[in-house]
Design a protein around this ligand. Structure first.
Ligand SMILES: Cc1cc2nc3c(=O)[nH]c(=O)nc-3n(C[C@H](O)[C@H](O)[C@H](O)COP(=O)(O)OP(=O)(O)OC[C@H]3O[C@@H](n4cnc5c(N)ncnc54)[C@H](O)[C@@H]3O)c2cc1C
Length: 654
């Protein structure tokens, strides 16, 4: 069976088989809520500079009436430490200070360097990944240091120590019961939660590499390596097989077998159910790599990218190379002639591709029309050949699979579909996290197929766009345009991107173009450009929704400014904000207090099993992110204010 045929048949899923996947009782909980605190204040003046003018109102989902509730001028003071840390006792402030300080201590960093020089897990990732400004940034080193501490202190003391420090700061608790108090407390201060079960397998580098190679190489490839015309980028490479290296803000799944994927699906289902139980507008996050064999994501990504490259190649033949992706509108007759000249498919086939209801009637074809061919089995040949745009040689676009591989892929799509259905049933919105660029085209396309199906009445499925990518704007605009054309609700989470060092090192070593913007400023410009585009879309048709997922205060302020200009009210529930637990409370809590829908990604899991996650939090806070220095100074400011004001035993009231 060909790829296109296979994907198409699954996307129009015959879900008769889906019930066969076993779903066991809950093992975890996710809860997301957005009720606002009763303590919200309409206006507050502090230190001569605070103005929180936003009216705290009950959030309203998808109602047209909400459009009338404009706020004249939303301004939030992110220096207002009293507001920001209202939910925190003094001991919690001290813990935050201690943890952020430890993250920046040179002794620890140097210790990590020592550890790394003895046994650094990812030597192949290149110096620029491991060291930045002379410091070690490989997560594994922090991980090793934590392991070392555990061995020295013993399990019990280590756990206690972790709970008083890193774990207490960044993780909500061990299981769904123990996290409840924290979730409820945040909720009463206007901050919801996206639960994130953060347990990672404790694999050695060798085990991770083996799992990756076993799960990313097809049987056909194993039998005759090198004959498949696969691009280097979309192949697994042992030296980058351990995908945990050079990553921040994300946990990593490795494929073991189908039963494990079913278990991971159950975890997600339980999170969705719990989210639904906790509020009427909850979110749950999922990762596609947890749900099946990554080989499928790699190969499907390659097909999608090659197909898109082929369109650009054909556009260049019509003299349209310098336009943006959406502006390239090709003359159909000329396109057919070019395809015939290239020897791509039989003449009748080519004619048939463009005879559908939508395609061909206008006499032109754009990239969205072109993309729609990839799933349409009735119109595309199973043996489609496309020219390699570099060599000019015709190459087969699609691969074949063994029966077992086919069934594995089918189950992956079924799992995704099951999760979407649970989200609908539980009134929860599902956020699909973005991952590495060699998986992401497929992840994004599958998410889009879910949006087509489940976002008809309201936005249920949210895609994630990584603005550190050079192609981010094209990705966002194409998907928004598609949603407009087909009439479904666009839902997006905008992030800068978590895999920069890994992506750069891989591109450099394997030998393909770096997919990341050249510098931080370019990523910032890209983020704001994408965000502005989506906000304008919301302004015009109110069908789009966006989560501004960032710790960057400038970006949050930029969003508020644009919302003011466009008269977008927070109570419309179209623009959300997202931060990670334990980070940037000075952004999340003032937003929540002012009535904006704001959510924390809330990790949870047993101490030992979230160490990999914690080590990355430590790494991320080591001055890596622009905001961490500022957070420390605000924490000091608030602690001083309380002590001077006699609030030595301050306890949050809620
Ligand atoms: C709620 C939430 C959900 C998230 N979900 C995802 C997800 O699904 N997928 C994902 O990939 N990430 C995700 N992230 C992580 C996110 O992509 C960022 O890594 C992280 O938030 C830091 O970016 P920032 O905007 O918060 O902070 P900033 O400090 O403003 O930005 C740091 C980011 O800028 C970019 N950058 C830094 N230096 C350069 C450079 N020299 N050149 C180009 N770009 C550069 C990198 O992306 C880096 O992570 C999520 C983050 C949050 C808060």
């Amino acid at each position: 069976m060909s790829y296109a045929k296979f994907v198409a048949s699954l996307i129009r899923a015959n879900l008769g088989n889906i019930n066969k996947i076993r779903i066991s009782p809950s093992t975890c909980l996710s809860t997301v809520a957005s009720p606002k605190s009763s303590q919200e204040e309409k206006e507050q003046q502090l230190d001569g500079c605070t103005v929180v003018q936003a009216e705290p109102l009950e959030l309203i989902s998808q109602t047209k009436d909400a459009r009338k509730v404009y706020l004249d001028n939303i301004q939030i003071d992110f220096d207002n430490t009293e507001e920001a840390y209202k939910s925190k006792g003094n001991l919690e402030l001290l813990r935050s200070l201690l943890v952020f300080h430890l993250c920046s201590v040179d002794f620890l960093v140097d210790k990590n360097k020592e550890v790394s020089s003895v046994k650094c897990i990812q030597p192949s990732m290149g110096e620029h990944l491991k060291y930045r400004e002379g410091r070690c940034y490989s997560w594994c080193c922090v991980f090793q240091l934590m392991e070392l501490t555990k061995n020295l202190l013993g399990q019990r003391v280590f756990e206690k120590l972790m709970k008083m420090t890193f774990y207490g700061q960044f993780v909500a608790g061990e299981d769904h019961n123990s996290i409840k108090p924290l979730i409820q407390k945040n909720q009463s201060f206007g901050v919801g939660a996206v639960l994130d079960y953060s347990v990672e397998e404790d694999l050695t580098q060798e085990e991770a590499e083996k799992k990756e190679m076993d799960s990313c190489v097809s049987e056909a490839e194993k039998e005759s390596p090198g004959t498949d015309h696969r691009e280097k980028k979309y192949k697994a490479h042992r030296q980058f097989g351990d995908r945990r290296g050079g990553v921040i803000s994300a946990r990593t799944y490795f494929y073991a077998d189908e039963a494990k994927c079913d278990n991971q699906m159950e975890t997600f289902i339980n999170c969705i159910k719990a989210s639904g139980g906790a509020s009427s507008d909850g979110f749950s996050a999922i990762k596609m790599t947890a749900l099946g064999r990554p080989q499928f994501l790699l190969q499907f990504s390659e097909v999608l990218v090659k197909w898109r490259q082929f369109f650009h190649f054909l556009a260049a033949q019509q003299g349209k190379s310098d336009m943006s992706a959406l502006e390239k509108i090709l003359e159909l007759e000329q396109l057919k002639e070019n395809l015939a000249q290239l020897g791509v498919g039989a003449k009748d086939d080519i004619e048939n591709w463009f005879t559908g209801e939508k395609l061909g009637s206008s006499g032109t074809i754009d990239l969205l029309d072109w993309n729609s061919l990839i799933t349409d089995t009735t119109k595309i040949s199973n043996l489609l050949m496309v020219p390699n745009v570099e060599t000019g040689q015709l190459e087969p676009l699609l691969s074949t699979f063994t029966a077992e591989e086919e069934s594995q892929m089918k189950r992956m799509l079924q799992r995704v579909d099951i999760l979407a259905k649970h989200a609908v049933e539980n009134g929860v919105r599902l956020m699909v996290d973005a991952e590495q660029t060699y998986f992401q085209p497929a992840i994004s396309r599958l998410t889009l197929e879910m949006q087509r199906k489940f976002n008809r009445e309201k936005p249920v499925i949210f895609n994630t766009y990584q603005c550190y990518l050079k192609e981010a704007y094209d990705n966002v605009t194409l998907d928004v345009e598609l949603s407009r054309r087909e009439g479904w609700y666009f839902g997006a989470k905008l992030v800068r991107g978590a895999y920069m060092y890994q992506e750069r090192a891989r591109a450099q070593e394997i030998g393909y173009e770096d997919p990341i913007n050249p510098d931080y400023e370019a990523t910032n410009r890209m983020y704001h450009k994408c965000l502005e585009y989506v906000l304008e879309e919301i302004e015009h048709n109110r069908k789009a929704n966006v989560m501004v997922a960032t710790h960057n205060e400038d970006t949050v302020k930029f969003t508020l400014e644009k919302m003011n200009e466009m008269s977008l009210s927070p109570v419309e529930n179209k623009v959300y904000f997202g931060q990670l637990l334990g980070m940037c409370d000075q952004i999340s809590f003032p937003l929540g207090q002012a009535g904006f829908p704001v959510y924390k990604y809330v990790p949870y899991g047993p101490v030992n099993e979230v160490i990999p996650y914690l080590s990355r939090r430590a790494q991320e806070n080591r001055g890596f992110m622009k905001g961490s220095q500022r957070e420390r100074s605000l924490l000091w400011k608030e602690l001083r204010r309380r002590l001077v004001g006699g609030q030595v035993f301050y306890r949050p009231v809620y």
